[in-house]
Design a protein around this ligand. Structure first.
Ligand code: MTE
Ligand code: LUZ
Ligand code: MOS
Length: 756
């Protein structure tokens, strides 16, 4: 089945916030933000703006009817700056006017006097000054101290990764409409409607039942709308309730890039110990996470870096420590992989450095240490149905790695200025929110008298195809045609207490809730038929809209069945709830079984570097990925391809720069380079791992949204191999992104590049 949105997306008919027809008398908002990264507000002058043409009202921290607080985990983030500013781009005031243009013009009339304070950009500097978001996290397995003594090699180093702008196609936005109850309906582009509802309740000072949040779809979220769709939604809500008129705001790209947080940059120390055969005996890692100016989701993001610090390897002795460091950047937030990529980057970097010291090929160390069944992660969970080795072996065989390697070697012998590099990138990603209580979802299914079906869940459609998968669940259980089913918008009055659609678990959690609701309805039908026909409920089946009894077709079809049930006064609606069984995690002991299962895979990346100019191309990425039993090949393949490109961008082109005063320098698409079609690998091949069963996933499938992002990292290490083929005895930085400039500087200008 095709993604149900393909035609409307292609025709431009899909509706996003900015396409919703606005009610009469709608007002427009514009945010005034700080142009200083850290300081005391001495004076805020909104008077001229207030009197400007078309302006209805200007809101500041004083105009918030409830609490001026939006911090979801720690209450450390004001909606509007109050007394101080902590990052360049921090919202200070909200201008509401008769048109978007007038709101923007008035915004420019606001002025603010700030006494500037010292600015911190780097996480290690923040840690040295004890600017921590929370106490450090620590994971431990075995005993690293004694096992380092038994190692033939102990290698230490530093690895660094940059941040990443989400660059969802649809910028942040919301439209709020006042309700007669004194409450508000918020149409928001959010991954977390309940988060918006909860925070709106705080800032408005009214209970959650007076707030309805509705989400049709997002033009991409990638984690950037898990928490950070909230401020814009609640600003419009405050004004709508106060002014009793609808209020809309959609951020301009430049303002979105300036005000919102991004993927967390990390700077990390590692120490890895191996024996002569390349077996990793011990690993210590310390992460310095650049959290930005407020907690946002940084604590669980850092947690996931620790969860994934050994990637898909078994290491018997591990000590991982994480510091969440408060800096004067916009609060960094969820981004595909949620800290996992940062954790995995460091172990991959450590393996490369160890390989270089030992004179061994990196892939041999990788392969030697792959996870197997019944091995323990450094947080206590034991591997089950582990596919690390099966994916690796199949990848090696499918793509004839040895042959490829010798082709690359001979290319490198013959070519002077152009060099090729190959890298393996195995992945292992845990599926479930690491906060166990978040792993729940519900669904509401109505069957109407004409046999058509309405499904509502907590899942947000953001391009990943979750509505398509949920539709498939309902269609399969009722065995009806897909045109009979509509997946309705995600709305807090139909489905309450939703977890954000995140952690790749949207289809699993909401799909399983939908499955339960549909199964319950189907059971009601069969019980009704059984009562009437004197058979057993288990004797009935529906096959392609026909009712069967004991394997024989009856004269009842789907519409007849629904009609009969209605006349018999059967309840044709069902709400169901799903909570992932078995999982648990003790935050104090950093120990438990947090994940329902893990997703595995292996990729081989091939690159060619022009070692005179520093430019490069990704020739091919060849992947064997564990989809479980895929529910939808097209959707899942699209997820792998998109995630791969996003991962390649992160480690190659995408570079966020700030002045030392904390002003963003890469706040446009001309200064922040994301990969385009010309950066795409010449060849992307994705093989579906066979015979992978996953009872914890919906219909035996595996979550697919985030894990393939990590294949992108293979490009970083393949570039390094190519550079080593050009000048072997140089120390190349383990610092991403490896932009073409950095390739050039690493090859020719040691003094310019920070070396680990
Ligand atoms: N795919 C598209 N097209 N757009 C997105 O915003 N977000 C990713 C991934 N794939 C995203 C996407 C992220 S960060 C997550 S967590 C998952 O989709 C969320 O959806 P799922 O749980 O249904 O996989
Ligand atoms: N969000 C979250 C996530 O709140 N908890 C998680 O564990 C998580 N993991 C991945 C992506 N988003
Ligand atoms: Mo995805 S980072 O879990 O929204």
């Amino acid at each position: 089945m095709k993604n149900i949105d393909t035609v409307n997306h292609t025709m431009g008919r899909s509706v996003y916030i900015d396409d919703v027809p606005v009610p009469e008398a709608t007002l427009y908002g514009c945010v005034y933000y700080s142009q200083v990264a850290h300081g005391k507000i001495l004076n805020l002058d909104i008077e001229r703006a207030q009197k400007a043409e078309g302006v209805v009202k200007v809101y500041t921290s004083e105009g918030v009817p409830g609490e001026n607080q939006i911090g979801g985990i720690f209450p450390d983030e004001p909606l509007f700056a109050d007394g101080e500013v902590h990052f360049w781009g921090q919202p200070v005031a909200f201008v509401v006017a008769e048109s978007e243009r007038l709101a923007k013009l008035a915004c420019e009339m606001i002025s603010m006097e700030v006494e500037e304070l010292a600015v911190i950009i780097e996480p290690r500097e923040a840690a040295a000054k004890e600017q921590l978001i929370m106490p450090p996290l620590e994971f431990k397995l075995g005993d690293t101290r004694t096992s380092f003594k038994e190692c033939d090699y102990v290698v230490e180093g530093v690895a660094e990764n940059g941040g990443q702008e989400h660059l969802y196609l649809e910028p942040q936005g919301a439209l709020s409409t006042p309700l007669e109850s004194g409450g508000v309906k918020i149409s928001s582009a959010t991954q977390g409607p309940t988060a918006v509802q909860r925070v709106a309740s705080w800032v408005l000072g009214i209970p959650m039942h007076l707030i309805e949040v509705d989400v049709q779809r997002l033009g991409g979220g990638f984690g950037g709308k898990e928490d950070q769709a909230t401020p814009w939604a609640v600003m419009t809500a405050i004004a709508a309730v106060d002014l009793k008129r609808p209020v809309k705001m959609v951020l301009h790209r430049i303002d979105d890039m300036r005000m919102t947080g991004k993927r967390h940059p990390y700077s990390s120390d590692f120490k890895i110990g191996l024996n002569k055969e390349g077996k990793i005996l011990a690993y210590e890692v310390t992460f310095f996470q650049n959290a930005g100016a407020a907690a946002d989701l940084s604590p669980p993001v850092l947690g996931r870096s620790l969860f994934h610090c050994t990637n898909s390897y078994f290491i018997p002795n591990v000590k991982a420590t994480g510091y969440s460091c408060r800096t004067n950047l916009p609060p960094n937030t969820a981004f595909r992989g949620f800290g996992g990529p940062q954790g995995m980057f460091v172990i991959e970097a450590a393996i490369r450095k160890a390989a270089e010291v030992m004179g061994m090929e990196a892939w041999k160390i990788q392969k030697t240490n792959l996870l197997e069944d019944k091995k323990q992660f450094p947080y206590g969970q034991i591997t089950e149905r582990c596919q690390a080795r099966t994916c690796w072996i199949q990848c090696e065989e499918n793509y004839e790695f040895e042959k490829k390697q010798s082709q690359v070697d001979s290319f490198n012998r013959e070519s002077k200025a152009f060099k090729k590099g190959l890298a393996f990138m195995p992945i292992c990603f845990g599926i479930s929110f690491t906060k166990t209580p978040m792993n729940q979802a519900s669904a509401l299914v109505h069957i109407y008298q004409d046999g058509s079906i309405s499904v509502s869940t907590g899942a947000i459609e953001m391009g990943q195809g979750v509505y398509t998968k949920i539709l498939q669940v309902a269609a399969q259980i009722f065995s009806v045609g897909s045109s009979r089913i509509t997946i309705h918008s995600t709305n807090t009055t139909r489905v309450a207490n939703t977890s954000p659609t995140a952690a790749s678990s949207g289809a699993d959690l909401n799909g399983k809730a939908t499955e339960r609701a549909c199964l319950e309805l189907r059971q009601r039908f069969f019980s009704l038929l059984a009562e009437e026909g004197g058979a057993d409920p288990g004797d009935y089946e529906i096959r392609e809209e026909k009712v069967f009894c004991k394997g024989k077709e009856t004269d009842l079809d789907w519409e007849g069945l629904v009609d009969k049930a209605f006349l018999k006064r059967m309840n044709l609606s069902c709400q169901a709830h799903y909570a992932t069984p078995e999982i648990h995690f003790d935050d104090k002991k950093s120990w438990g079984k947090p994940f329902a299962y893990h997703v595995y895979g292996t990729s081989i990346t091939e690159v060619t570097v022009d070692c005179l100019r520093g430019r490069y191309v990704v020739d091919a990425v060849r992947i064997v990925h564990d989809f479980g039993k895929t529910m939808n090949k097209d959707v899942d393949l699209g997820q792998v391809e998109g995630a791969l490109m996003q991962g390649i961008g992160w480690v190659t082109l995408e570079e966020l720069l700030f002045t030392d005063k904390g002003r963003p320098m890469t706040d446009t698409l001309s200064s922040y380079k994301v990969p385009d079609i010309y950066c795409a690998p010449g060849e992307v091949d994705v093989a579906f791992l066979e015979n992978s069963e996953n009872p914890m996933g919906i219909f035996n499938s595996k979550a697919v949204g985030e894990p393939p992002f990590m294949y992108g990292m293979g490009t970083f290490f393949a570039l390094r191999e190519a550079m080593k083929a050009f000048i072997p005895d140089k120390t190349y930085p383990l610092s991403a992104p490896m932009t073409p400039e950095k390739v050039l500087m690493s090859l020719y200008g040691d003094e310019v590049v920070k070396l680990p």
